[in-house]
Design a binder for this molecule. Structure first.
Ligand SMILES: [Zn+2]
Length: 394
């Protein structure tokens, strides 16, 4: 066999492995015969690949206890504790990390306040965070499949380079290699909203749509785009700057330096500033404003209605542009609750092309503070289930 034939054979095996693993994840517990039937692979291929997956502890045999006569079929199921991953959301003043199993179920969550924003110091703290999670839970290195890191900024995820970070002021930092050298486990790096978007595929009740977007509302307004099953990054990793759509070019100055971006109206700080004028001058935080609206304060409710209407207008533009199957709203901002989301939905309906809007599902994620870290963990989990071809395209 020459080297091209060998490479072809390895590629085929890799593809078949990912097909089988995905079928077991989606349909397991499932018999080998049913796997062969569903995938169209030969029984011999299924037996050989599932044998390897059992050896790797990624799947296990489960007898059905079916006593309807004859030999009960042996079923195969995914072993979520066959491996572990760590997801980290890195923010300007702290890092939140979660150790999860292969279902992205959190085993332990922890966080660290960053001493400063110097690169070497941040790397040191991340290394310590990972080592502590492994030690506390007695995870041997060979069972840790990788560390996924999500952070704001423009990120070249293929090369693991942080091109630009708004919080840390770093530029062109080879972040993945810096951590890889220290931890010696696979490191995956991506924009935090992309990790959240990819995560939707791998978490429980994962999204099955091939065209969907995730919008995050909170301190900033972010967006992740899945087109034809793949994340859309643009030419240099910068796609999805939804928060910097210009709503009014004479509007307030935005963090990006331009005027009148959506974020300069809807970011947490912008809403607090507006609330000082329109609700109560003593308001200091978005949490206070949310509590006031929930407690029936009319002015606070009206402010969220206005904000929801503005977001809805831009989501209508987004639907007209991309015709997604699903829009997921996530992030801390989902706590803004009903006045916000009712008027957001009404504005979408009013402004989107009706034929496109009809078949677009809008989903509001329930908020948990481990959402970001689980998203980062799923960056690694996705690698396990992706075929070698999808990995190339990453
Ligand atoms: Zn902006």
């Amino acid at each position: 066999m020459n080297s091209i034939q060998r490479a072809d054979r390895d590629l085929m095996r890799g593809i078949n492995r990912s097909i089988i693993l995905n079928v077991i994840k989606a349909h397991g517990p499932i018999s080998r015969a049913d796997i062969a039937h569903l995938t169209g692979l030969s029984p011999a291929t299924v037996t050989s690949i599932t044998g390897l997956l059992i050896e790797e502890d990624l799947i296990f045999e489960k007898s059905t206890g079916d006593s309807s006569g004859g030999r009960p079929p042996i079923l195969l199921a995914l072993n979520p504790r066959g491996g572990f991953v760590i997801g980290i959301k890195l923010m300007e003043s702290q890092a939140v990390a979660a150790l999860t199993d292969l279902n992205a179920t959190v085993i332990e969550k922890t966080n660290v306040e960053l001493r400063n924003t110097e690169l070497t110091s941040v790397i040191d703290e991340l290394v310590l965070l990972v080592e502590n999670l492994m030690k506390n839970n007695k995870i041997p290195k060979k069972r840790l499949f990788g560390v996924g890191i999500g952070l704001a900024g423009v990120i070249d995820s293929v090369n693991g380079i942080l091109r630009k970070s708004p919080f840390f002021g770093w530029k062109d930092v080879p972040f993945r290699d810096l951590l890889d050298v220290r931890l010696k486990v696979p490191i995956f790096l991506d924009n935090d909203v992309n990790t959240l978007t990819l995560g939707e595929k791998w978490l429980d009740n994962g999204v099955h749509a091939d065209n969907y977007v995730v919008i995050t509302v909170g301190r900033g307004i972010g967006m992740g785009i899945i087109i034809n099953g793949q994340i859309y990054r643009g030419k240099g990793g910068g796609a999805g700057e939804f928060g910097h759509l210009v709503v009014n070019q004479n509007g307030p100055v935005c963090d990006c330096g331009k005027r009148g971006c959506l974020e300069s109206y809807l970011g947490d700080q912008a809403l607090v500033m507006r609330a000082k004028h329109e609700v109560d001058p003593s308001i200091e935080s978005i949490d206070e404003l949310i509590q006031m609206a929930a407690g029936g304060n009319i002015a606070a409710g009206k402010l969220f209605e206005w904000a929801g209407d503005l977001l809805g207008q831009e989501l209508a533009n987004l639907i007209n542009l991309l015709d997604p199957k699903l829009i997921i709203i996530s992030g801390e901002g989902v706590r803004m609750g009903d006045p916000f989301f009712s008027s957001m939905r009404a504005a979408i309906q009013k402004n989107a092309v009706p034929e496109l809007f009809e078949n677009t599902e809008i989903r509001i994620n329930t908020w948990g503070d481990d959402v970001w870290a689980r998203g980062a963990a799923s960056l690694v989990i996705g690698e396990l289930f992706n075929s070698p071809i999808q990995k190339e395209e990453r």
